[in-house]
Design a protein around this ligand. Structure first.
Ligand SMILES: Nc1ncnc2c1ncn2[C@@H]1O[C@H](COP(=O)(O)OP(=O)(O)OP(=O)(O)O)[C@@H](O)[C@H]1O
Ligand SMILES: [Mg+2]
Length: 531
């Protein structure tokens, strides 16, 4: 505002232009602050601004418009008086002091004229200010007595005259301004009070709206308005809105309650279902474990059965040799031809056979012993033992071993691995016996990758039919007669290799070459991790 007032001192055009520029500047910079003011404050500010503008324009008017025009009016008056006076004086043939005084008195009858002088020389205006006893001091200071000098034949005729008409007019304008400003101020006050009172319901309503609990029953009292104006409309609208809101809140509450109830019931049902499911799962798990146990037992019994066959087969030859040896010794003894040497020889041979029998039994016992803990073993040794156990039943099958002397130490369950190998050998034997082949082969090869030892067992029985290939590892899958097979051999083998030893057991149909002839059959591949 300060800048604004200062700038208005410039020329009229410039100052008006500057005024609008400043107003725009003020509005731009105060807009954000004005934004937080209440409507009453905003209106008061607006009114005050417009009052200031009016005041400033009024000031401009008194300064620049009224003063010069008033002056010229007064001067015109004075000119006419002067003209009349000089004419009067000029007509007097002899200008004595009496005459002059008469004229002076006459002229001074004009209330605007303060004093007149006849001077022989020109005097500057304002020289005789001190002789203005009844002059308003302010006026003297602010504005010198208006003076005009007119030349006549014998000197100068100087008229001082009062500018009180001007003073009065200016005073009048100033008084009007005061009055206007007083009125404006009173209007401002009245407007502020009226606005405050008018907007009171809005204020009350907004504080009510923020403090209200919409979930509780309607218990608040709304602001009262006597006239049916916009405030009344707004309050009525709010009333309707709050009732609706409460209705919705009630509905929501009901919905919530019913939902909670539903959720509770569903949770109970779910809980029951969960309990029964848990129970079922537990049962299933137990049953599964039992099944597994039974399967494992069955597999062991099947292996045991096969083994007893193998033992019988392997013992037949040494037993008959022992029987022959003892029979011969008996006859020699009866005939009296038995010498100490021949008897020693017979006993030694029997000892050897017994040792052989004992070894076979040890092998079988070791094989049948279930591994409880992992232990270190040499893969080639296990293969050798498995072959020696199965050898008895492999009869006319030629066993070809290809690079099987890998001296590699593995950590695991050697007797389980042996059981797997014997299973595979027995399967090959079964299928080879079934087929009427001129030559029967069992080819065993060993190889090594950076992570695994791989044992492959081939036979030349023609392979596994495509339909069976995906089922042979399933429990109880067998193509054999009931008396011959249970169908758990490969299932258990896969379990042991994959679950216990973290290896893999797979089957495919492959061809292989023996002495330039190609043979085809099943190929079982065991891969075991080492290191
Ligand atoms: N070398 C093979 N050649 C062709 N088929 C085979 C061979 N080995 C296994 N099979 C097929 O896989 C089936 C399942 O073999 P698995 O060893 O699991 O059971 P099984 O030998 O029938 O009975 P057991 O439980 O007594 O071992 C066999 O019945 C047979 O049909
Ligand atoms: Mg089998």
């Amino acid at each position: 505002m300060h800048i604004f007032m200062l700038k208005l001192e410039k020329t009229k055009r410039d100052s008006i232009k500057q005024f609008f520029l400043d107003l725009f500047y003020i509005m731009r910079h105060t807009h954000t602050r004005l934004g937080i003011f209440s409507i009453t404050k905003k209106i008061i500010i607006l009114m005050m601004t417009s009052y200031l503008i009016v005041g400033a324009l009024f000031y401009q008017y008194t300064q620049k418009v009224s003063f010069p025009s008033l002056l010229s009016h007064q001067e015109q008056q004075m000119d006419s008086i002067a003209l009349f006076t000089t004419a009067e004086i000029s007509h007097i043939p002899e200008l004595n002091s009496d005459r002059l005084n008469y004229v002076k008195r006459k002229i001074l009858e004009n209330s605007h004229i303060f004093n007149i002088f006849i001077s022989s020389h020109s005097i500057s205006v304002g020289e005789n200010l001190a002789v203005a006893p009844n002059m308003h001091l302010y006026y003297l200071k602010k504005q010198p007595l208006l003076a005009k000098k007119y030349r006549f034949e014998d000197g100068y005729f100087i008229i001082y005259f009062k500018a009180d008409q001007y003073v009065q007019e200016v005073q009048g304008i100033v008084n009007t301004a005061y009055l206007t400003f007083m009125l404006m101020f009173i209007t401002l006050l009245v407007v502020a009070i009226v606005l405050k009172l008018t907007l009171l319901p809005f204020t009350q309503l907004s504080s009510l709206m923020t403090s209200i609990d919409y979930n509780a029953p309607v218990s608040y009292s709304l602001p009262k308005v006597s006239s049916k104006d916009e405030r009344y409309d707004l309050i009525s609208a709010f009333k309707t809105l709050s009732f609706k809101q409460q209705e919705y809140a009630n509905r929501l509450n009901d919905l919530n309650l019913s939902l909670e109830d539903k959720i509770y019931k569903k949770t109970l049902q779910l809980q029951e279902l969960n309990d029964s499911l848990e129970h079922k799962i537990k049962n299933e798990v137990t049953q599964n474990r039992q099944k597994d146990k039974i399967l494992s037992e069955q597999s062991r019994f099947a292996a045991l059965g096969e083994m007893i066959g193998n033992i019988a087969h392997q013992w037949r030859q040494p037993l008959s040799a022992i029987s022959t040896a003892t029979g011969n010794a008996k006859i020699e003894n009866m005939l009296g031809i038995a010498t100490k040497e021949s008897l020693d020889d017979t006993f030694n041979r029997i000892d050897e056979y017994i040792q052989y029998l004992s070894d076979t039994i040890d092998d079988f016992r070791n094989y049948f012993k279930k591994d409880k803990k992992k232990k270190a073993y040499y893969i080639d040794e296990i293969l050798k033992t498995a072959l020696s156990i199965s050898k008895g039943s492999l009869n006319d099958i030629r066993i070809i071993q290809d690079k099987v002397n890998f001296k590699i130490k593995l950590i695991g369950y050697p007797s389980e691995l042996m059981q797997v190998l014997i299973n595979i050998f027995n399967n090959a034997k079964d299928i080879l016996e079934e087929k009427d082949l001129a030559k029967k082969y069992l080819l065993i090869s060993m190889s090594k990758t950076s992570t695994h030892i791989i044992i492959k067992v081939y036979d030349n029985a023609g392979g596994i039919s495509k339909d069976h290939l995906s089922s042979i590892f399933d429990p109880y899958f067998t193509t054999k007669h009931k008396a011959q097979g249970t169908g758990i051999g490969l299932y258990m083998s896969k379990e042991m290799i994959e679950k216990h030893m973290k290896g893999s057991l797979t089957a495919s149909n492959r061809s292989f070459d023996v002495d330039g002839t190609e043979y085809i059959g099943a190929c079982f591949t065991i891969a075991l991790p080492y290191n």
